[in-house]
Design a protein around this ligand. Structure first.
Ligand code: ADP
Ligand code: ASP
Ligand code: MG
Length: 404
């Protein structure tokens, strides 16, 4: 019998009715003769509410307790889903991440999966049961609960699909697949029938919430095909895979956007070896992830250094950087918390000139000022004012003819 791993996101299990709907879909997969493992996210906005709850008690929640708290959201939905299936006459059992054998490192809130021990799941499948796994969580060697980072249930699902030797990992969500832009922002966006891991990874890393970047990374590493589809309709979804695209097009594949960008500029930095390390090492130690870094050409050995972080990390980053700036004899540290980024992504851009120019002129036609630019071989990203992001995505979607 084939093992099928399915994942249902938060909005797909947002209330009792939706949980029953998901139970029916899981039952249908079982009726087709599959062994089914379903990974679930917390119901609706539960995780946000749990975060808020923690911060209503203290400004600085213990990392360990915070992760245990957040993991409970997925426990709730997994048990309710198992109950719904049992009420329909199916043998189903819920397992926590730890029970399902998801082993992680101890980096709370962004733990990485170091291995999957699928024995318990296999034992339950052998009994003919449907296994429901609480996503987004794992357990350290010390048996402490960890979480995998926001959106991490996708990663649980792909890791289990790999660990169980499934043929495919099915991600069911509230849109019908991966689109040429966020369909909530651009109603004309088109669903892609397929996309390569590489492009999907850039899309996910640059803000397309539809897949967790680390899930895509795992899929690529183990060559696990991932199907993204709707949990409400039966329309064919988007296949994320490692094969060659059917047609190598000289085209942009999709536009990503992200509203979670803050910028710090250290003004008047002395330009000498070791300065960048002096600034960025303490930031790394403080667990702050840096995204784009830009250093201006120096004039008389003085330069400006700008980098971006998630908005939630701005305060902490400023606290780390200010004393360093002073100690190295730099000038002021200035920040801007109201930024966003837009990216055009496509392997078709490789070695082809003209994409950047077309992107910049589409933005300028809308009067949008570009603050920072970063690129990879298959991506160009512009950091702009938060309020321009919506217009920028629409303008780029049109400029690169993605609605056609
Ligand atoms: P889930 O709760 O199922 O994990 P998410 O909210 O994490 O769902 O991800 C699905 C959302 O991703 C969609 O509702 C959509 O607004 C957003 N999204 C952003 N970019 C894209 C894209 N290119 N294609 C599809 N959805 C996208
Ligand atoms: N519930 C978690 C979150 O909201 C994990 C997930 O949904 O994938 O981030
Ligand atoms: Mg998600």
């Amino acid at each position: 019998m084939a093992i099928v791993v399915q994942k249902y996101g938060g909005s797909s299990v947002g209330n009792a009715e939706k949980i029953k709907n998901v139970a029916k879909r899981i039952a249908a997969a079982k009726d087709k003769g599959n062994e089914v493992v379903a990974v679930v996210s917390a119901m609706g906005d539960t995780t946000d509410e749990l975060v808020e709850l923690a911060y209503s008690v203290t400004d600085l929640p213990s990392e360990r307790e915070f992760d245990v708290l957040l993991s409970t959201g997925e426990i709730v939905s997994s048990t309710l889903l198992a109950m719904a299936l049992r009420a329909m006459g199916y043998e189903a059992i819920s397992l926590s991440g730890a029970q399902a054998g998801i082993r992680t490192d101890a980096a709370y809130s962004r733990a990485r999966i170091v291995g999957v021990d699928p024995e318990r799941i296999v034992k339950e499948l052998d009994k003919g049961r449907i296994v429901i796994v609480a996503g987004f969580q794992g357990v350290t060697e010390e048996m402490d609960t960890t979480t995998l980072g926001r959106g991490g249930s996708d990663t649980t699902a792909v890791a289990l699909a790999v660990g169980l030797g499934a043929e495919i990992c099915q991600i069911y969500t509230d849109v019908e697949g991966v689109y040429t832009a966020d369909p909530r922002l651009v109603p004309e966006a088109k669903k892609l029938a397929e996309i390569g891991y590489e492009e999907m990874l850039e899309l996910a890393s640059y803000g397309a919430k539809v897949m967790h970047p680390r899930a895509v990374e795992l899929g690529e590493l183990f060559n696990m095909p991932i199907m993204v589809a709707s949990s409400f309709t039966d329309s064919p979804g988007t296949l994320i895979h490692g094969g060659e695209a059917m047609e190598v097009r000289n085209k942009v594949t999709s536009i990503a956007h992200d509203l979670d960008v803050a910028k710090i500029t250290v003004v008047g930095v002395p330009d000498r070896p070791g300065i960048a390390a002096t600034i960025f090492e303490p930031l790394a130690k403080a667990n702050i992830s840096i995204d784009t870094i830009v250093q201006n050409a120096s004039i008389k050995n003085i330069t400006d250094l700008t980098f971006t972080v998630a908005k939630s990390q701005l305060r902490k980053a400023m606290e780390v950087v200010k004393p360093i700036a002073q100690s190295i004899g730099a000038g002021d540290c200035v920040s801007d918390a109201k930024l966003g980024k837009v990216s055009i992504i496509g392997t078709g851009m490789q070695n082809t000139p003209g994409f950047a120019a077309r992107m910049f002129s589409a933005l300028s036609e809308k009067g949008i000022n570009i603050q920072l630019i970063s690129t990879s071989e298959i991506r160009i990203t512009c950091i702009i004012d938060e309020e321009g992001v919506k217009d920028a995505v629409k303008a780029l979607h049109r400029a690169f003819e993605l609605e056609e």
